[in-house]
Design a protein around this ligand. Structure first.
Ligand SMILES: [Zn+2]
Ligand SMILES: [Zn+2]
Length: 330
């Protein structure tokens, strides 16, 4: 099968990768569409030391099990379901977990991916493939509301104007009247303005400790020092950024200003699907670039281009197209 593989040599396309091996409880999913996220870009730079097939944001069709033939998305944490954390509803923190496309589990930038049946969620007909491929990051954005009481926030600021920043801002905007987004790129900030979210160009930002909630979605080591400069005493910083490089920042302000620093990762898929059904998120136009898997190099280049927003691989279409092309050749 086709796959986009990461090893010491970097990210590369393989036309003839072995199909996934199925472990107990897993289902093979035929991938329809899969999205590149900031984590993939960090993995490509050595974050987590991952080698294998990349990709953890996807929608596909289950080929076996109770969801056979249906459109599904998959949670990315593959838990043991037996350890004390799994038994106390902390499966995303299972010590024995593997993570699809991130940690010892091949991902979805391939024709097929193996996912535990228990991680699959059915996609209702009213949710399109292009919406469904964004459910994983959307769930991650909704995790903020699971961790802190967003309705009690008076002044919030999201740092970053990229993909996750957009979803996090939308998730918060339902509950916070005073919400600002700070970013570097006019084209990306325009997307927030269209949603009636106030934006600030990074160069125009006045660094005052004026926000009781700061969400770092910069994907950069510069995010945390900026967050510390903006959060008011006893305020909360939600960290959504994971980077391959190390942070060098003085943590004294956390103590002096009694700051609450909340690490935030994966979130509730069910809620994300419900929100999409209820039309609570505007995901239109978020996907700016589409590629077949064989254009891996071009796709990864596009994903870091400031004019790009979400870059996806149309896997099933490209496979169908390829089969069609082969038929035409014969
Ligand atoms: Zn991701
Ligand atoms: Zn476990």
């Amino acid at each position: 099968m086709q796959a986009i593989y990461l090893d010491q040599k970097g990210v590369h396309y393989q036309a003839d990768h072995e199909p996934p091996t199925v472990r107990a409880g897993e289902v093979i999913v035929d991938v329809i569409t899969a999205g590149i996220c900031e984590t993939d870009l960090q993995l490509a730079q050595g974050y987590m030391g991952f080698s294998g097939i990349l990709g953890h944001e996807f929608v596909g069709i289950a080929t076996s099990g109770p969801s056979k033939g249906a459109r599904v998305v998959g949670e990315i944490n593959c838990n043991c379901r037996k350890c004390p954390r799994c038994l106390s509803d902390m499966g995303n923190h299972c010590e024995y977990r593997t993570v699809v496309g991130i940690d010892r589990h091949d991902g979805a930038f391939a024709d097929q991916v193996a996912i535990p049946q228990t991680s699959l969620h059915l996609i209702p007909d009213s949710v399109t493939d292009d919406q469904a491929v964004l459910i994983e990051p959307l769930a991650a954005a909704l995790e903020i509301g699971q961790q802190i009481d967003v309705s009690a926030v008076r002044h919030a600021i999201v740092l970053g104007d990229g993909r996750l920043a957009n979803l996090c801002a939308q998730a918060i905007s339902h509950q916070v009247d005073d919400l600002k987004v700070v970013g570097k790129h006019d084209l990306k900030l325009d997307r927030f303005r269209r949603l009636d979210i106030e934006t600030i160009k990074l160069g125009d930002l006045v660094c005052e400790k004026a926000f009781d909630l700061v969400v770092d979605c910069t994907g950069s080591v510069s995010g945390l020092p900026l967050a510390l400069a903006l959060v008011e005493p006893r305020g909360t910083i939600v960290m959504k950024t994971t980077v391959a490089s190390e942070h060098r920042v003085s943590l004294a302000p956390i103590v002096i200003d009694e700051i609450n620093v909340v690490g935030s990762r994966c979130g509730p898929f069910d809620l994300a699907i419900e929100m999409l059904q209820a039309d609570r998120f505007d995901l239109s136009g978020l996907i700016t670039h589409r590629f077949p898997l064989e254009a891996a190099d071009q796709a990864f280049k596009s994903a870091v281009d400031p004019t790009a927003f979400k870059v996806v691989f149309d896997v099933m279409n490209s496979t169908v197209n390829k089969k069609y092309a082969e038929k035409q050749d014969n």
